[in-house]
Design a protein around this ligand. Structure first.
Ligand code: IMP
Ligand code: MG
Length: 169
C-alpha cells in the first residue's frame, strides 16, 4: 500500500505547541480536565497534555458508532469517565471531526454532568463533511475530504503508530 504524507511529524509537533499555548492563555491558571476519546485521540491527547503548563487531569472515554436498523448511525458507549466533572473546565480531545455525530452526542452527554465549561479540541477537522452543527474551539489542522491514517488514526485498526498523518493513494 502506498502511503503519502499529509502532515509530517515536525508540523504536528509545532502545531501542538501552539494549541497548547492557546489553551494555557484561555484558562490562565485554572484547572482543566482533558477527556481523551479512545482509541484514536490517545496519541494526540498525551502529546498535547505534556505541553500544557496548567494543572491538568486526564480521563478517557470510548465510544463506537454502528449502523442502526433504519441505517441511522447510533453511538455506543464502551467506556465512561471516572472523574466527577461537575463545575470543572473540561476539554474533549478527539483525533478527527468528520460528520460531527460522535462529538455532538458526547457533548450532550458531558454537558448533562454540569461542567463549568466544555470545549472541544481536535487534531483534524474535515469541515466539508459536517452533518451536525458542531464547531470545535481548538483545531490543529483543517484537512480535505480524504481518508487519513497515522498518529492515532487507523484503517482497520492498523497504522495508528505512524508518527505522521498520511493518506492512502
Ligand atoms: P464523526 O462522528 O462522523 O465526526 O466521526 C468521527 C470518527 O470517525 C473519528 O473519531 C474516527 O474514528 C472516524 N474517522 C473519520 N474520518 C476518518 C479518517 O479519515 N481516518 C480514520 N478515521 C476516521
Ligand atoms: Mg475516533
Amino acid at each position: 500500500m502506498n502511503i503519502k504524507t499529509l502532515i509530517d511529524e515536525k508540523k504536528i509537533e509545532n502545531r501542538i505547541k501552539e494549541v497548547a499555548k492557546q489553551i494555557e492563555n484561555d484558562y490562565s491558571n485554572e484547572e482543566i480536565v482533558i477527556i481523551c476519546i479512545l482509541k484514536g485521540a490517545a496519541f494526540f491527547a498525551t502529546d498535547l497534555a505534556k505541553r500544557i503548563n496548567l494543572p491538568v487531569t486526564v480521563d478517557f472515554m470510548k465510544v463506537s458508532s454502528y449502523e442502526g436498523t433504519e441505517s441511522t448511525k447510533k453511538i455506543d458507549f464502551k467506556l465512561d469517565i471516572s472523574t466527577d466533572i461537575s463545575n470543572k473546565n473540561v476539554i474533549i480531545v478527539e483525533d478527527i471531526v468528520d460528520t460531527g455525530r460522535t462529538l455532538t452526542y458526547l457533548k450532550d452527554y458531558l454537558n448533562s454532568k454540569n461542567p463549568k465549561s466544555l470545549k472541544i479540541c481536535t487534531m483534524l477537522d474535515k469541515k466539508e463533511r459536517r452533518e451536525f452543527d458542531l464547531n470545535p474551539e481548538y483545531v490543529c489542522f483543517e484537512i480535505p475530504d480524504k481518508f487519513v491514517i497515522g498518529y492515532g488514526l487507523d484503517y482497520d485498526e492498523k497504522y495508528r503508530n505512524l508518527p505522521y498523518i498520511g493518506y492512502i493513494e
